[in-house]
Design a protein around this ligand. Structure first.
Ligand code: ZN
Length: 108
């Protein structure tokens, strides 16, 4: 069983999830109050951070598993999937921000 004491990296990832949720809540509230597209972009970017943090928690838990029959050298390479996922989320957030900004330019 994985514990925080053995794997502090997972604890940091969980802390990151908490911070991402808090940040997203603050930015979403600010957007709801102001309708500022800048704050909406920030909130979308926080969503990418939250997804990446959740993925990091999952992957770090997997990485902690000892080598098994299918993975004789352990599971550390799974971290690359976490990085790939975070990069993809940043691209999705960037595309959403561009779409929102262009739409707002046409219909202010
Ligand atoms: Zn395995």
């Amino acid at each position: 069983m994985l514990t925080f004491k053995d794997w502090p990296l997972t604890r940091f990832a969980l802390l990151s999830v908490g911070v991402a949720i808090t940040t997203m809540a603050i930015k979403s509230t600010a957007y709801a109050l102001t309708k500022s597209v800048g704050l909406l972009s920030d909130a979308l970017e926080s969503l990418a951070n939250l997804s990446a943090a959740l993925m990091a928690v999952r992957i770090l838990t997997l990485v902690a598993k000892p080598p098994d029959e299918d993975h004789a050298y352990g599971h550390t390479k799974a971290e690359y999937f976490s990085s790939l996922f975070e990069g993809s989320m940043i691209l999705v957030a960037a595309a959403s921000i561009v779409v929102t900004a262009v739409r707002r330019l046409h219909y202010p």
